[in-house]
Unconditional design. Sequence first.
Length: 337
Amino acid sequence: MEYRNKLVLAPMVRVGTLPFRLLAAQYGADITYGEEIIDHKLLKCERCINDVIGSTDIVEKSTKNVVFRTCEQERNQVVFQMGTSDAVRALKAAELVCKDVAAIDVNMGCPKAFSISGGMGAALLTKPDLIHDILTMLKRNLCIPVTCKIRLLNSTQDTVELARRIEKTGVSAVAVHGRKVSDRPRDPANWSEIAHVVDALSIPVIANGDVFQYQDFHNIRAVTGASSVMVARGALWNASIFSPQGTPFEEVKREYVRKSILWDHDIKSTKYTLKEMIMHYTSLELPEGKAVTKSETLVDIARIYGEEKYYESINTKRCGVTFGSLNSREYSYGEVL
Ligand SMILES: Cc1cc2nc3c(=O)[nH]c(=O)nc-3n(C[C@H](O)[C@H](O)[C@H](O)COP(=O)(O)O)c2cc1C
């Protein structure tokens, strides 16, 4: 996979699932990261071909929950992001998905207590030897690109030194979120600090932080010198940020609903993503927000957005059942590979 001159959808927990990644790609994202999935979780999963939907699913054996869903259409642009704190475990987990994705990324930026206490995410930033072990293990044993996503350290020198060490492992690119671990999302991203990393490395650096409209792709490139740019919240609020002309938010939201129906997306994640979109533009206290909050199934979501006929047509084709009678959790999986 080529990492230069790319517009990149950032990894986002609960948001960066198949319908949202395809949505971003439709509007012009070149590379789409999945939400972070922890290696421990992957090790309890098996890979299944879902003939009903046409997807490849990574399914938790005990619960039958779909932990990661992908499809052929995104095969060359989807990046699987993993949370890990151990090289051997990371490799075992990556081996389960590497046939179905374009690259593997290791999350080294998550500041949440859950990640840090498990030695993952931003906890790795202070352990360069462990970073080296994890990345070289993945790099040597996988035949797809390996990357990582970091935050800024407390001094420019520390950030640059770490980035240089990461480059030596042979990774294909590094994404740099222009905030420190102690910064909050409302604190401004520091683009000029990212520029120091870009200057110090030969591999592509993907600049991340505070891209909220199409023009910002140009602005962040100009300040950082990075040719590739990653965007999280700007895409969550309107995934058409990747196209110069943009698309009205209402239309983007409807397209997301249709893709969620098409890919039989998990209702919890569908609701979460829709609520985040709605909250940014209006309020969850208005009728649409209240209806989404109350919804329990994709049928409810289809009704809110006037997509009953679409829902019916998709599911009639698949299962020969009529509107309202399909329980998506009753799908049985095809061949387990
Ligand atoms: C809802 C949400 C979920 C996120 N989940 C992840 C994640 O799974 N892995 C990760 O590395 N970063 C995650 N992040 C951080 C983003 O990838 C990104 O680095 C950060 O939001 C800064 O980019 P932005 O200013 O474009 O939002 C998440 C951010 C948001 C808003």
